[in-house]
Design a protein around this ligand. Structure first.
Ligand code: AMP
Length: 281
């Protein structure tokens, strides 16, 4: 596995593969890797001739500078994990390499970016669109792999790729969870032992709410999750919405749609966690 830090070195490393017409798959990450990330890499390795993974903590997508400063960074361990997962090339650029000049682009990402994460983290998705569009331009993959843990992000990336007429297939991969149901996340390492014990209640509440589909009204499923988590002193829900999985807009009735997804953001202590459940797919 090659570890590459500059765009020109990456171009040189990929040139032979491009010449031979090899397929290139790409997994963008912010590092502090866990089995969720590795599941994307394994799928990428399986379905492409070359797998490129990037590690870059992108400052423009952090609306909260404290979150950026506290974001875990474990580059050596990440590279060891990527090598065991079969990754061929790690692209780990510096901030200067990715932003040689400030990126002032403002993406019109449409309604999918205006709700939930878009509303609660102003500028976040624009930053995601900036960095992912740059990485797509550099790597030029046929396929790119994203986790459904960041469910809304996938819709935003698709909107960005459509807007820029990019010829890349966006592949959504299922959420990988800890044994107690907690969605794996780089931020989980920042939970105190007590918070770590409470955090799985988020996933459990989502899972239990699925018992109300489709016999009870959506309102009841929403209230169920909110009430269960209101009883957890360590957890503060920022939002919980049941939305159309394609448009990301709130649903009023299950019958309005055959792709209903419950998306949650909740604070566990000082750590902001997101998770979701697909009710009917
Ligand atoms: P991040 O490093 O948090 O930017 O995540 C990089 C990619 O890994 C994104 O596409 C995430 O959705 C995905 N990812 C993060 N956690 C998980 C998980 N628990 N299961 C599956 N994919 C994940």
């Amino acid at each position: 596995m090659k570890i590459i830090h500059t765009v020109s070195d990456l171009n040189a490393a990929l040139a032979p593969a491009r010449d031979k017409g090899f397929s290139i798959g790409f997994v963008p990450t912010m590092g502090a890797l866990h089995k969720g990330h590795l599941s994307l890499v394994e799928r990428c390795v399986e379905n492409n001739d070359i797998c490129v993974a990037s590690i870059f903590v992108n400052p423009t997508q952090f609306n909260d500078k404290k979150d950026l400063a506290a974001y875990p960074r474990t580059p050596e361990k990440d590279c060891a994990l990527l090598a065991t997962a079969g990754c061929h090339i790690v692209f780990a650029p510096s901030e200067e390499e990715m932003y040689p000049v400030p990126d002032e682009r403002v993406f019109a990402l449409g309604d999918v970016a205006d709700v939930m994460e878009g509303r609660h983290r102003p500028g976040h998705f624009n930053g995601v669109a900036q960095i992912v569009s740059k990485l797509f331009a550099i790597v030029n993959p046929q396929r790119a792999y994203f986790g459904e843990k960041d469910f809304q992000q996938i819709a935003v990336i698709k909107a960005m790729a459509a807007q820029l007429n990019l010829n890349v297939e966006i592949i959504a991969c299922p959420i990988i969870r800890e044994d107690d149901g907690l969605a794996m996340s780089s931020r989980n390492t920042r939970l105190t032992p007590q918070e770590r014990l409470a955090a799985p209640r988020i996933a459990q509440a989502l899972r239990e709410s699925a018992h109300l589909y489709p016999s009870k009204p959506i309102r009841e499923a929403k209230d169920y999750v909110l009430e269960i988590l209101a009883g957890e002193p360590m957890i503060n829900v920022e939002y919980f919405e049941i939305v159309n999985g394609l448009t990301l807009q709130p649903l009023n009735e299950w019958a309005d749609n055959n792709f209903a997804v419950g998306c949650i953001a909740a604070w566990c202590g000082n750590v902001r966690l997101i998770d979701n459940i697909i009710y009917n797919k």
